[in-house]
Ligand binder design. Structure first.
Ligand SMILES: Cc1cc2nc3c(=O)[nH]c(=O)nc-3n(C[C@H](O)[C@H](O)[C@H](O)COP(=O)(O)O)c2cc1C
Length: 174
């Protein structure tokens, strides 16, 4: 099973990336950093069709488990991540075969904020998008970094989450 983290932070080596590294300690998976790609906003005339989005989403559909990892910016997913989701619309309109390839894939979402308290409804767009795309949503996790490093509680919650995720995938495959 091929697994990938899609990181959507405005800095490549910030707090969200620290959470990505915690996940990678527990689970063998690749990391795609959206910051390394030129992805324009959704355009009704698909004027951005030549940018990095379509080649990137084609590559992502090779994975079986897609883990969206975003910082919390203003109680919501980052702009980078939101643009990525908006652009999935391209796969429903001008490249449907790529959209179909997302069906049956596993999705999960992880947030990283500065506050321990998760924002109510934060993960609703991920879960509903998974449903719409025919993906199997395997739950989500809120993490936080108050100072420079994740504390033990966060480290343990990531470990538990990955264990549960692995179990859920095994059960779904039986
Ligand atoms: C533009 C912006 C908005 C933020 N809004 C929130 C917020 O609503 N809730 C929260 O807990 N933290 C918020 N934060 C803090 C970040 O979520 C937190 O520092 C996160 O760990 C940053 O990850 P990064 O280093 O990958 O950007 C915000 C930070 C920025 C830069």
């Amino acid at each position: 099973m091929k697994k990938v983290i899609i990181q959507g932070s405005s800095r490549s080596n910030g707090h969200t990336n620290q959470v990505a590294k915690l996940i990678q300690k527990e689970l063998e998976c690749d990391l795609i950093d959206l910051k390394n790609y030129q992805i324009g906003q959704f355009d009704y005339d698909f004027k951005n069709r030549q940018d990095d989005f379509l080649p990137l989403i084609r590559k992502i559909t090779d994975y079986d488990l897609i883990m969206f990892l975003t910082p919390v910016y203003w109680y919501s997913m980052s702009g980078l991540m939101k643009i990525f989701f908006d652009r999935i619309t391209d796969c429903l309109k001008i490249e449907k075969e790529t959209g179909y390839r997302l069906r049956g894939k596993y999705m999960t979402a992880i947030s990283c904020g500065s506050e321990k308290k998760a924002t109510e409804g934060f993960f609703v767009p991920f879960e509903l998008s998974a449903q719409y795309l025919g993906m199997l949503y395997l739950g989500d996790l809120h993490t936080w970094i108050e100072k420079d490093k994740p504390d033990q509680e966060v480290i343990h919650s990531v470990q538990r989450f990955i264990q549960q995720l692995t179990k859920a995938i095994k059960n779904a495959q039986v």
